[in-house]
Ligand binder design. Structure first.
Ligand code: SAM
Ligand code: SF4
Length: 325
């Protein structure tokens, strides 16, 4: 399925819940967000139907996110069902890792191959300050267990001046010790993120070279890869930078998102998209839904415009925890 700019859309990110067991300060207010009434949230059967229809349109990769996806009951069953679709080649999960250890066996059996674990620091106190939960050890244990179980693991960190600036080099060192890629994501000015200052990838790269020596840029095998990777001598994993602000990668964008209330969201930055729930619950057939998805995807914006203030009127008003990153 192609959008109006000729980009092949083959990647669907699904937010399966807006609930979360952490309160990362750049993502979620301390008191939490008002969660969607239960009946407004897509059921797992409805989500599966959307994936099935989108698979028939050429979607090959699905990522489950949230809120925290592992707080959604029966996610394992959905992963198993999606894995059973012939066209889906890749199923991934973005998680804070807190519940990963206890669900790992079931997730692996259901067909999960990859997990991105969000981790902003290796300092126990800073972890607790950022997330509101003293759980660093638990997340690190889950990471080790996932590696031991043969999952491909990436660590995602959002560097913020006010929160974890001092621990970036140590966190990158995880890729030296373990077979994980550590990726630094530029803070996006969405929701609570607006209250913090992100750190540009250029600065981080210079700092890491200062600590670990010169690195080499790795050419991406996949055009739509959002991270730029670097190899440091003696490291087992790579260091990646996801820089939506300083290096816009929209030209190769291949993704759309399904929000928890059933909106097919075309770009992270904008709140417009296709409301699928009324179709799913209003008796629309698969062909009608397929046609509406094709039409909506043609309207996918060319690029985000986080730095263009004139775009504010269409801007996403939800918080990241409600979108899923
Ligand atoms: N709870 C899961 C987790 O933390 O991995 C999945 C959802 S979370 C919203 C997905 C990712 O978005 C996390 O890696 C988080 O650090 C990142 N994130 C949250 N707010 C952000 C912001 N304002 N800018 C950039 N990334 C953000
Ligand atoms: Fe929860 Fe993930 Fe947001 Fe942290 S980043 S509050 S873990 S949704």
């Amino acid at each position: 399925m192609k959008d109006g700019f000729g980009r092949e859309i083959d990647y669907l990110r699904i937010s399966v819940t807006d609930k979360c067991n952490l309160r990362c300060r750049y993502c979620m207010p301390k008191q939490g967000v008002e969660v969607m009434p239960h009946e407004e949230v897509l059921t797992l059967e409805e989500i599966f139907r959307v994936v099935r229809i989108m698979e028939s349109l050429g979607v090959k990769k699905v990522r489950f996110t949230g809120g925290e996806p592992l707080v959604r009951k029966n996610l394992v069953k959905l992963i198993g069902d999606v894995g059973g679709l012939a066209g889906i080649a890749d199923i991934a999960l973005t998680t804070n890792g807190v519940l990963l250890g206890e669900q790992l066996d079931a997730l692996k059996k259901a067909g999960l191959k990859r997990a991105n674990i969000s981790l902003d620091t290796l300092d126990r106190e800073v972890f607790a300050q950022i997330t509101g939960y003293d759980g660093l050890e638990r997340v690190l244990e889950a990471m080790d267990a996932a590696l031991a179980a043969g999952l491909r693991v990436k660590i995602n960190c959002v560097p913020c001046r006010e929160l974890n600036d001092g621990g970036i080099e140590a966190l990158a060192g995880l890729a030296r010790e373990k077979n994980v890629d550590v990726r630094f994501i530029e803070l996006m000015p969405i929701g609570c993120g607006k209250a913090f200052r992100g750190i540009a990838s250029e600065e981080l790269l210079a700092r890491l070279e200062h600590t670990y020596g010169a690195c080499e840029r790795v050419e991406n095998a996949v055009k739509s890869e959002t991270a730029q990777y670097y190899a440091f001598a003696g490291f087992r994993g790579r260091i990646g930078f996801i820089s939506p602000l300083s290096h816009r990668f929209c030209g190769d964008c291949n993704r759309v998102r399904l929000t928890v209330e059933g909106q097919l969201k075309l770009c992270l930055h904008y709140d417009n998209g296709l409301a699928l729930k009324p179709l799913l619950r209003g008796g629309a057939g698969d062909d009608e839904i397929r046609e509406r998805i094709v039409q909506a995807v043609r309207e996918k914006p060319r690029a985000h415009s986080f730095s263009d203030r004139t775009a504010q009127e269409y801007e996403e008003k939800r918080k990241m925890v409600q979108i899923g990153g």
